[in-house]
Write a protein that binds this ligand. Structure first.
Ligand code: RIB
Ligand code: CA
Length: 330
């Protein structure tokens, strides 16, 4: 079992990624930390707990982290994810949370408890990770792997012409994190940027077919109704922009790569972040000139294998008899 922590700003695709992680029998989700990004911290925590409960895993702890980027609040992505952060999905209010540790304390404890084995995936702004490496500069050496959904290297941005949202939301944090994970002895680090996520789409037809496949599975209707209602907000937005009714699987791809790096081809490069550009703040700059670097930038992806894997994962989670998701407390 791979010990896994997700750092999220649940949002629609964060939720899709969370469900994927829960479906993997080879991964043990130790906990989920939340950070302000798509929505405010309280909503990110609430949404994460609600999705865990939907998947029958309210036992998994949710650790609140930073309520704002290092230099103070910027805009959110509620235009994309809806005011709730989960599109049109309506989930029951989760039961009151037990007192939870702060995200940074949880990271540092888990990294020591699972020294050299813990896989950390960040699918939101990197504020929590930056605070953690400030607390423990050895954190990058204690992990087995670190995967970030973030950046745009040979393509344009999404939140601005130059920047991808997670990096744009807290570029100072991203710079701190990339420098920390570029040091000698740091865990292998992979950046899953828009270069590869934009190749990984799930269409409305895919979700409709998934709902039909899982219609008679124990958790099928609840899971697929959630996925379709959450994604419909995004589909409607894409249609208004003249684009196909399909969800870019940014965060689920990062989670999948964390558990199977062979899904992408990476190039080890020096990577830094623009923090002062009037038009380019939050842009990720990879140096392709040939200087040695330690950050694995994903430039190619096996998109069809990922899509098939994702659909099979949700089918598993729905409770199809052939394979049950991870057991509690393993
Ligand atoms: O740019 C895409 C990223 O920003 C995803 O993680 C999405 O959830 C938003 O946080
Ligand atoms: Ca996210």
């Amino acid at each position: 079992m791979i010990p896994l922590i997700l750092d999220v700003d649940t949002g629609i695709d964060d939720a899709f990624g969370l469900l994927y992680a829960l479906s993997r029998p080879d991964a043990r989700l130790l906990g989920v930390s939340a950070v302000a990004g798509n929505v405010n911290l309280a909503k990110a925590v609430r949404n994460t707990r609600a999705v865990l409960a939907l998947a029958g895993r309210p036992d998994i702890p949710v650790w609140p982290g930073a309520a704002a980027p290092l230099l103070g609040h910027v805009g959110d992505a509620s235009d994309i994810h809806g005011d709730s952060g989960l599109g049109h999905a309506l989930l029951p209010e989760p039961a009151p949370a037990p007192v939870a540790a702060h995200a940074v304390d949880a990271f540092l404890a888990a990294a020591r408890d699972h020294e050299g084995r813990l896989v950390l995936v960040a699918t939101g702004p990197l504020t929590n990770i930056a605070l953690a490496v400030a607390r423990d500069p050895d954190l990058p050496r204690r992990l087995a792997r670190f995967v970030v959904m973030g950046g745009a290297f040979a393509v344009g941005g999404n939140v601005t012409a130059a920047a991808e949202f997670n990096i744009w939301h807290d570029p100072e944090a991203a710079r701190i994190v990339l420098r920390a994970f570029s040091q000698e002895g740091a865990a292998p680090t992979i950046l899953i940027g828009l270069d590869v996520t934009r190749q990984c789409l799930l269409s409305e037809a895919d979700l409709d077919a998934l709902a039909a496949t899982c219609a008679d599975a124990p958790n099928g209707p609840a899971l697929t109704t959630f996925l379709r209602d959450a994604a419909r907000h995004y589909f409607d937005l894409m249609q208004r922009r003249g684009r196909p009714r399909a969800l870019v699987m940014h965060d689920p791809l990062a989670v999948a790569v964390a558990l199977d790096p062979s899904l992408v081809r990476t190039t080890a490069l020096p990577v830094d972040v623009e923090t002062r550009g009037e038009l380019t703040r939050g842009q990720t700059i990879a140096d392709f000139r040939g200087e040695p670097g330690r950050i694995g930038v994903a430039l190619e992806v096996e998109a069809s294998r990922f899509r098939a894997d994702y659909l099979a994962a949700i089918t598993r989670l729905a409770g199809e008899p052939d394979c049950l998701p991870q057991e509690r407390g393993q």
